[in-house]
Write a protein that binds this ligand. Structure first.
Ligand code: CP
Ligand code: NVA
Length: 311
């Protein structure tokens, strides 16, 4: 069964097909055409953490494709009321796929292990693959192509950065992480990435101003992710020199564009003038969550349509 727990679950060819499908479906929507590709199909959204973008973009996207979605909060008792196998096998009787936002990546792996329905990762501590799809779609739209582009991530080398490093490797893009000591990407993740993509152009540096000099896209994320609130004070200190502000942006080419997965802590990892400035594409990027995920949903649940409509 095909799952989407991380971008390791798909090949570069699959990835490009998902992105092309997203582009075709997005163009149709702009022309007023909402093909019912997933008519009568139902997805569940099983979320252990808050969400605006991921939740609403999946719900709206599924509705636009003619399908339905069910939001499942804590009252379904995942991991609490019954054995994981019972929970998952029963859920699989009702829905065609589940999008899961979990505190630990191992929990989405457990959910997928029963092969009761395709499982889509809607963010874990390890990675955020749906976000990375939208980010590349945005870079492609803004620059006309993602080929040869340099993405510089200034901030914490955790879930969002890890998915971006991998998607850049899959698309032969250059990826630089500028982070303080101790906030590198996970070593197991990087070992797996380098084994799968030995030619990946990935570097980790300490000087954000030097890193952004050749950037096409400059990306940042919160210093304190959901679940890390106890570390907030230490993180504010560690990341103090890694704020995406006017001075840092001035060190980049004027053609560089600013991305952020959102939600942002304005005044912390990014300043108002940068997030609201001319080089920022964050709103378009957030909107692309829906378009990218429609591509993913059609790829998972509507493969026949792709064969006829996407070249
Ligand atoms: N970027 C993102 O995943 O946003 P939400 O937490 O609002 O879903
Ligand atoms: N790194 C952030 C991303 C939120 C979309 C977090 O995990 O909270």
């Amino acid at each position: 069964m095909q799952h989407f727990l991380s971008l390791f679950d798909i090949s570069p060819d699959d990835l490009q097909l998902i992105l092309r499908t997203a582009g075709v479906v997005k163009k149709k929507l702009a022309a007023g055409d909402r093909p019912n590709i997933l008519k009568n199909q139902v997805i569940a959204l099983l979320f252990e953490k808050p969400s605006l973008r991921t939740r609403v973009s999946f719900e709206a996207g599924m509705a636009q494709l003619g399908g339905e979605s069910l939001f499942l909060g804590s009252d379904v008792g995942w991991g609490k009321r019954e054995a994981p196998s019972d929970f998952t096998n029963v859920l699989g009787q009702f829905v065609d796929a589940v999008v899961c936002r979990a505190k630990q990546h191992a929990k989405v792996e457990l959910l997928a292990s029963f092969d009761a329905m395709p499982v889509i990762n809607g963010l874990t501590d390890l990675c955020h693959p749906c976000q990375a799809l939208a980010d590349i779609l945005t870079i492609e739209e803004v620059f006309g192509s993602y080929v040869g582009k340099h993405l510089v991530f200034v901030g914490d080398g955790n879930n969002v950065a890890q998915s971006l490093a991998l998607i850049c490797a899959m698309l032969k893009m250059r990826f630089t992480l500028a982070c303080p000591d101790g906030y590198e990407m996970d070593s197991d993740w990087m070992a797996k990435l380098r084994a799968a993509y030995p030619n990946a152009e990935i570097e980790s540096v300490r000087d954000p101003a030097a890193a952004v000099k050749t950037a096409d896209a400059i990306y940042t994320d919160v210093w304190t992710s959901m679940g890390q609130e106890a570390e907030m004070v230490a993180r504010r200190q560690a990341f103090a020199d890694f704020q995406l502000n006017k001075t840092l942006l001035a060190a980049a080419p004027s053609s560089a564009r600013v991305l952020h997965c959102l939600p942002a802590v304005r005044g912390e990892e990014i300043t108002d003038e940068v997030i609201d400035g001319d080089q920022s594409v964050i709103v378009r990027q957030a909107g692309n969550r829906m378009h990218a995920q429609k591509g993913l949903l059609v790829w998972l649940l509507g493969r026949d349509w792709i064969a006829k409509n996407v070249v």
